[in-house]
Write a new protein. Structure first.
Length: 121
């Protein structure tokens, strides 16, 4: 059995990086680098097309560190739940339109848009 200890080694706020040293009982050390980054989209959210009556799954996958809290909006109204996916069950013509994915962490925020299009059977 062995123990691992973490301690703050260096804090360089200008570059938003924190360094930690890790030690085990054999005195081996490892240096880890963590970049703190506001949410951003490397790939923008994709629009979704489904047939009326189906379930639409909207996805939003921003990159961030620490992980972002994700909320969804439609027509300026917050939608229930949080997370990378938002489901609209039994879609109807009135569900068609733009959905906003908002991502926020302690470094900043961003948003992405998903257009939901509904086809008829």
């Amino acid at each position: 059995m062995f123990s691992i200890f973490f301690r703050k080694f260096h804090n360089n706020k200008k570059q938003n990086k924190f360094y930690f040293n890790r030690y085990n009982v054999n005195s081996l050390s490892f240096r880890c680098l963590f970049n703190l980054v506001a949410p951003r989209f490397q790939v923008p959210p994709k629009d979704v097309y489904v047939l009326e009556g189906q379930t639409a799954v909207l996805e939003c996958n921003p990159e961030s560190s620490p992980p972002a809290t994700i909320t969804w909006q439609r027509n300026g109204t917050n939608l229930p739940g949080t997370g990378n996916q938002y489901s609209v069950g039994d879609v109807r013509a009135e569900d068609e339109g733009e959905y906003i994915c908002k991502a926020r962490n302690n470094r900043g925020s961003t948003q992405g848009e998903v257009q939901l299009s509904i086809g008829s059977k």
